[in-house]
Design a protein around this ligand. Structure first.
Ligand code: ADP
Ligand code: MG
Length: 844
């Protein structure tokens, strides 16, 4: 029987990739030409232009990086291309990934004899919009006409046996790869598997251990034994010996997962400074060495996992199992640390699956749920005399009694009147056979019925089509399969997305986890004026950022920006002009940003330029030293105040060695080490957030007293009989929320609730005519600074008249228009709230 479902799943990994196939019950890994279950995601192009993929290209890469590429998954979604010196070719990360996919595809061709056109390809939960798009493109380049992306942790959970019955159960996936760490919480909701939260570290993985072994253990030995100068990582002169050291270090590390000591044994490292061979290099490495190197890395992963739990208000006790994924999770020390209830996570571990291939297997299981388009389409060949059946159903679902519908199509307009169709579950034991009964077709050949499926079986249903006389007829397909199981939901947004505003807050358009496609709209006002044909620096810039920090936009990742420049506008756009922003994200995660500017009666749009500029090394070094300064200062203050929360955050920075790692990678970036700049940028973001946390904790007492003062003042205000006489209002709800926020001890929440209360107070105040009179008087004082004098004069005259008439509504309108004439840099008195002038924002 021809395949009805995709069945093939691919783990397109940063370090290694693998492909597996679903046989109806289980997934099976398909080994490559070298008989290995995994294929390193490495590409080499030699001078003749021949492209090779896998183990040899990976090994060769370390000696000859100019003609090879590894870890290009990190660059997915960026415009950067990678060039291959000898052949003169250059390729995008998506094209390189396509080579890996093609290699896996040809392994299938060779082993199974099938030409694949469809596959499920996994992506990290961490992947944002551009990376997913690039992955899809890679699969398209590799000749997959039907492609489905699946998040890696979901694939892992499926392979570990997550089932439709696991409602209300949380699992955590702990995935440490070659160079990345991902952690995710999985839950079943209404029969759908979802990643409800995720986190991790983009620059933490097995290769850090290999590099540390080389740097801390092997290089000192080389230096002491042989006559070598400046023997260090990154030095071109020693590239070949360093490559040998690195590969042997990895090899030894892998052996150490099974045995207490292992030897790095290299017959010939290269020639020393005097041209003498460096021979018989032998160093013993022990598990204890690996443990020492791993320790700060493990702490970082544990903290990341705890954070992911906290964000969902979960504790380790709520998690049923911790699934181990990725090569380094084979390390006994890592498992032991994770299991520890106090210093680790204390969640029961599950490592029953092979950590290197579990993601591919899960992808295959999922692929078994995805209908093959070509099996449904008109491309299916129908022999003369056969009837084609177009079916509508999900091949895997939580429901043991799924609905199925369809249409029987006769060739050349033949008649189907009086026909019946019947489904027979052939997978059940013969004495327990299940049949749908003969379902009559509608006049146009359509039908619907309900199937019955057994859990844990690939239920195969034979299709029995009969004409009006009851004779059986040949039909295509002649059978279908259905499996009871959990199915992931629609694609979701992996990071929250919003617009960064002038005050460095984020107006969040979409929450993390929003099902796609999605669309959202929000109104803003500009605080810069843009003159038609004016200076190019004057522009309206709408930065779109991805990330979870709403009060500090610059702690998020900048995805791109929609810019409206002076040469694009037909007339001047005043400061305070309205901009109506719409962001749309489609299922393939393309982000379309539109800005409607009413004064221009024009819409600007942009498919975001998703290419973040590579960080500049000088700037990185400056930023790192700035963080060192902040950290030192915060540490000093913490000692003085003895604040326990600040202390705790400082300890974490220490244990994770965040500052040292950031400094190390800045240094490596300066030495030209590939990827180090990006790693440094990533570490900087975390370091900054961690220092923010310390500072927040230190400022907490001050913020609390500010909140308490605000409460007192608000309560005094509402009890003022004169305010009450003008409509007044209650602030009880806001005060209660603010008090709760004080209990919660979260700075951002407290600040937000404080803002809410202040907004409410102003709302109460605004009902009192005296508020408007006072504001009007204040604005009068600013007249000379206003952007349009003639208009200001006119408005002021109208305002005076309104006061004379006691017309509060008109006065209010006048004030609003006057506020719009005040330049952005002029501070407004307290009590002129966002509510009055709209969300006035100057875009970054
Ligand atoms: P990725 O997800 O990045 O493709 P993998 O899950 O394939 O990565 O893990 C690759 C990493 O696992 C490498 O750093 C490799 O050295 C390491 N590794 C593989 N097997 C073991 C083992 N048995 N013990 C420790 N580390 C291992
Ligand atoms: Mg992986």
């Amino acid at each position: 029987m021809a395949r009805q479902t995709i069945d093939f799943g691919i783990d397109l990994g940063t370090t290694n990739s693998a492909i597996a196939v679903f046989d109806g019950i289980e997934a099976e890994v398909i080994p490559n030409n070298e008989n290995l279950p995994i294929t390193p995601s490495a590409v080499r192009i030699d001078d003749s232009g021949a492209v090779t993929v896998g183990k040899t290209p990976r090994e060769r890469y370390f000696r000859d990086p100019d003609n090879g590429a590894i870890e290009f998954k990190r660059l997915m979604g960026e415009q950067e291309t990678i060039s291959f010196a000898d052949s003169g070719r250059s390729m995008t990360p998506a094209e390189l990934s396509a080579e890996v996919l093609k290699s896996l595809k040809s392994d299938v061709q060779q082993r199974v004899g099938e030409e694949l056109n469809a596959a499920v390809v996994t992506v990290p939960a961490e992947f944002g919009l551009p990376q997913n798009k690039a992955t899809d493109k890679a699969a398209q380049f590799a000749g997959f006409s039907q492609r489905v992306l699946l998040q890696e942790p979901i694939a892992a959970a499926l392979a570990y046996g997550f089932q439709a019955e696991d409602e209300d159960v949380f699992w955590m996936v702990y995935d440490m790869g070659g160079g990345t760490f991902d952690v995710a919480i999985i839950q079943m909701r209404d029969g759908m598997i979802e990643v409800i939260n995720h986190g991790g570290d983009q620059y933490l993985g097995g290769k850090n251990v290999d590099e540390a072994i080389v740097k801390d253990l092997l290089i000192p030995q080389v230096v002491s034994r042989y006559d070598v100068s400046d023997f260090r990582l990154g030095n071109e002169k020693w590239r070949v010996p360093l490559a040998k050291l690195r590969l042997s270090a990895e090899d030894a590390k892998i052996r150490l997962s099974r045995q207490p000591t292992a030897q790095v044994d290299i017959d010939y490292l290269g020639n020393d400074d005097r041209g003498q061979p460096m021979a018989d290099f032998l160093v013993e490495v022990s598990q204890a060495d690996v443990e020492r190197i791993l320790e700060p890395m493990i702490v970082r992963t544990i903290n990341a996992a705890r954070k992911v739990l906290e964000e969902k208000r979960l504790s380790p006790g709520d998690i049923e199992r911790l699934l181990l994924v990725g090569g380094p999770t084979a390390t006994p020390y890592l498992r032991q640390r994770l299991e520890d209830p106090t210093s680790g996570l204390g969640i029961p571990l599950d490592f029953s699956q092979d950590p290197m291939t579990v993601v591919a297997c899960g992808a295959a299981i999922f692929a078994g749920t995805q209908r093959l388009e070509e099996a449904m389409g008109p491309a299916v060949t129908v022999e003369p005399g056969q009837y084609r059946i177009e079916l509508e159903y999900d091949p895997i679902g939580p429901d043991p009694d799924p609905l199925i519908g369809g249409k029987v199509i006769a060739q050349e307009g033949g008649d189907v009147s009086g026909f019946t169709i019947e489904f027979v579950n052939r997978s059940l034991p013969h004495d327990d056979e299940w049949r749908s009964g003969q379902v009559p077709l509608g006049p146009d050949g359509t039908f619907t019925t309900v199937l019955f499926a057994e859990r844990g079986l690939p239920n195969e249903f034979g299709i029995d089509l009969r004409d009006a006389t009851g004779s059986a007829l040949p039909a295509v397909p002649e059978s279908i399969t259905y499996t009871v199981g959990g199915v992931p939901d629609r694609p979701i947004l992996t990071h929250s997305l919003g617009v960064a505003m002038a005050n460095n807050e984020v107006d969040r358009f979409f929450e993390k986890g929003t099902p796609l496609p999605a669309r959202a709209r929000s109104k803003h006002k500009t605080t810069v004026a843009v003159r038609r044909g004016g200076q190019h620096e004057e522009l309206i810039r709408i930065p779109v950022v991805q990330g979870e920090n709403t009060v500090r936009a610059d702690r998020n990742k900048l995805v791109g920006a929609l810019e409206i420049t002076p040469d694009e506008i037909r007339r001047d756009v005043r400061q305070g002009s309205e901009v109506d922003i719409t962001i749309e994200i489609d299922e393939s995660q393309r982000v379309l940003t539109k800005a409607w500017v009413p004064v221009l009666d024009e819409e600007f749009e942009e498919v975001l330029d998703l290419n973040p500029p590579p960080p500049d090394v000088g700037a990185l070094q400056r930023e790192v030293s700035e963080e060192r300064r902040r950290l030192t200062e915060a540490r000093q203050q913490a000692i003085e105040t003895g604040d326990p929360v600040a202390r705790e955050a400082l300890d974490r920075i220490e244990q994770e060695r965040l500052l040292e790692s950031a400094e190390g990678s800045a240094e490596a970036a300066a030495e030209g080490q590939k990827d180090a700049a990006r790693q440094c940028q990533d570490l900087l973001l975390r370091l900054r957030s961690a220092v923010d946390e310390v500072e927040d904790a230190l400022q907490w007492p001050a913020l609390v007293s500010k909140a308490e003062e605000a409460i007192e003042e608000a309560e005094r205000l509402v009890s003022d009989p004169e305010i009450a006489a003008h409509g007044g209002g209650s602030v009880d709800a806001e005060v209660r929320a603010l008090r709760e926020a004080i209990q919660q001890k979260d700075r951002d929440t407290l600040q937000a609730r404080l803002d809410d209360l202040q907004r409410k107070v102003v709302e109460v105040l605004q009902k009192h005519p005296a508020f408007w009179v006072a504001l009007f008087e204040h604005l009068q004082g600013l007249q000379l600074q206003m952007t349009d004098q003639a208009q200001a004069q006119q408005l002021i005259a109208r305002g005076q008249q309104a006061i004379a008439d006691g017309d509060v509504a008109s006065l209010q309108g006048v004030c609003q228009q006057l506020v719009a004439l005040v330049p952005g840099e002029v501070a407004m008195p307290e009590g002129v709230p966002g509510g009055l002038i709209g969300t006035t924002t100057k875009f970054w």
